[in-house]
Design a protein around this ligand. Sequence first.
Ligand SMILES: [Zn+2]
Length: 614
Amino acid sequence: MDNFVVSARKYRPQNFNTVVGQSHITTTLKNAILNNHLAHAFLFCGPRGVGKTTCARILAKTINCTNITKEGEACNQCDSCTSFEKGASLNIHELDAASNNSVDDIRTLVDQVRFAPQAGKYKVYIVDEVHMLSASAFNAFLKTLEEPPAHAIFILATTEKHKILPTILSRCQIFDFKRITSNDTVEHLEEIIGKEHIKAERNALQLIAQKSEGCMRDALSILDKIVSFSNGELTYKNTLEHLNILDEEYFFKLLDYLAKQDLTNAMLLYDEINQKGFEGDMVMSGLSSFIRNLLVCKDPASAVLLESIEGWRDQYISTAKQISTPYLVSALNILNEAEIQFKVARNKRLHVEMAIIKLNFLAQAIELSLEDNQIVKKKLVDAQYPIRLKKIVPLSNISVNAEAKLVIETPALEKINPGNSPSHSPIPSPVPSPVPAKSKIASTTTREISSAIPTQMEQKEDGPKKNLLAALQEKYGKEYDIQEVKESTPLSLDILQKCWDEYAVILEANAKHASAGTFKVAQLNIIDDWHFTVTVGALTAQKFVEQERMNVLERVWEIFQNRTIQFDILVEASEQEDVPLHMRLNSKQKYDRIAEQYPLVSALKKRCNLEVYF
Ligand SMILES: [Zn+2]
């Protein structure tokens, strides 16, 4: 019996033309060879198993060939080519940086570089997995990489380009290898089974291509395994079994049950799949890919993205027509969430079943938002959580007068400030008046918004304002719940004084005796509905009140439900006069006063041309 050689080695491409799926790179390399424009350092990046090392070897062989063809390929016949094929050439050095990543390994390599080849033109150094080199090994390599001898060519290969130092990247010509497409893999596999006289169903080869995810080495090793396992006959069934792939038929069946909201059968089917040895996470990721495939089949233009074997293609397209896009997108979301949570879920089986239950009732939820077969963005599940302003429960239950007429009073509208900001008043400060506010209604913001309170005063003169409220509700009611604004009460001295005295007690309790004393003797006076004054006996007392301003205001606002209320602190006039005049004037003021009283002083200053320094 002949020695078995794995397909990946046996059918390793021998020239650029047979490299699968990397024509963008092989063409460039061939042109560079023909035009003698070869760089001295290359970096080959890309996923594993896509032909990086193979291309490096072909390049090494081709540039040493003594009889390069017109297409830029090696002749495979000259001495150099044959020694390369036997693996006996001295002009190729391969270093696996994953296991030889120290500075010493690189120094050994650099030492070798100095010697010219005995036969052939170039010595080619292939450094595989170059990202594994240590930082110091990289640095030891830099100088040689930048100015190598004319006979040396470096080919660095990596799967992780982002780990390569920029100083290395800038010294290399970079080639990015692509993942091999499913079609390319299938064609290559077909070529090989033709040569090996193996019978295979195309579906089975497509399954292998799908499973290998663009890695030709994996595809070939899977092929080898199944060939030996199935006695040289590849069928769809035995490939599925061997690759442990869940047949898509199960997903079509599951989706059918879910769309019909047949939860019983859906659960039973999941159990059946489970019995076959497919774990919950595999089922969910398989179902996600399946739904993704349906989604791309919705549009014929994107159907090329379908990742499945050709045999299912028609069924995908016909099923996609029956299932709505919102359902598919929402189902993907649910599965994605469930997959993320799967690892932390304690009861894995229940976790997957929950996802299935959600998918089962998802159809129902979405149907309700379909109108005339038009896709409506809002789904029922979302509609339960609309964005809405926070509702404030009003203190009183007085509701808005429903019979209010819709008359909009334009000038008044401009005064409206629904923000009700305490820091700024929408109208100019009214002139302080000693008359209690009860008899005089100032049309402040609060007043207008709270005019819903049908008090006697308002009924007398607030008629249009009530209409304004109704109009505002009509206009903004959908966005802002004006009804929910708390009703404010007009300032009244009794309540204010009570609140003030209570605060004094709190100050006392907090051992702020000086402040408490000031609060107790302070005189309150209401100016209008949102403004009052506090009269104290001394400048120091003013400071005590000022310190407590915000705290006391918070309480007042709370009691009167009006955040526009402010107060001024007045100091009694007698207090100011107690201070001796000379203590309140600065030097300049003193001089001015003296000069005013004694004109001779200013005359003297003028005559002698004196300067006064204050
Ligand atoms: Zn040759």
